[in-house]
Design a protein around this ligand. Sequence first.
Ligand code: SF4
Length: 230
Amino acid sequence: MGSRNSKSISVRRLFTALDKEHPDAKLALDFESAFQLLVALILAAQSTDANTNEITRTLFDRFPDPASFASAEAEEVEQAVHSSGFFRQKARTLRSCCQRLVDDFAGEVPRDLPDLLSLPGVGRKTANILRGNAWQIPGIGVDTHVGRLSLRLGLTEEKDPNKVEADLVEQVPTDSQIRFCHLLQYHGRRICIARKPDCPKCVLAKDCPYPDKTEPALPAKPAKSTWVRS
Ligand code: SF4
């Protein structure tokens, strides 16, 4: 049994409101294949989606498939992903992950969850986001936005992403799970931001149990006149 807050918002109401509020919600990473999405997700760790898209815009001209990453020199991959941050670690992960794809999966990205989780650099978040967006396989990928909003909205009382995932899987209908994640990601970027949520502008404010909701800003006091009667 999960750890949902007793004052939590109804998932159905949340989904309906956010679907209307963010009709454009989708994964913010650009990709044209499961392999490209896997690379983008590895690069997106501790980086922004915009920065990752900038890198992958030209990266696949040089490295079009797992074999080309696996056979490249470390320095070559490091140079190509340098602006991503943690570039040595990411280059190492990309090369070893692609080597496994070549050695054990005939150069293809596997669809099965246990197979994906056996790859270097792939945890449950990456595997679920990859499966959901490359192949529309239902699942909940708990990234920073999904985790933070689920906690604030009372859908979980957990902070461990695996436990948050288990709580959400229990509550969100299977055929809505991929869209649900996109909606929380967009709402987390635009309104319920980490540092200071913009609760006065939030369509969920009436039902949200978050105890530190922000208030509307008070109208500015008129400035004192500096005009002096002569
Ligand atoms: S009311 Fe505030 S804390 Fe709750 S979901 Fe909206 S922005 Fe986030």
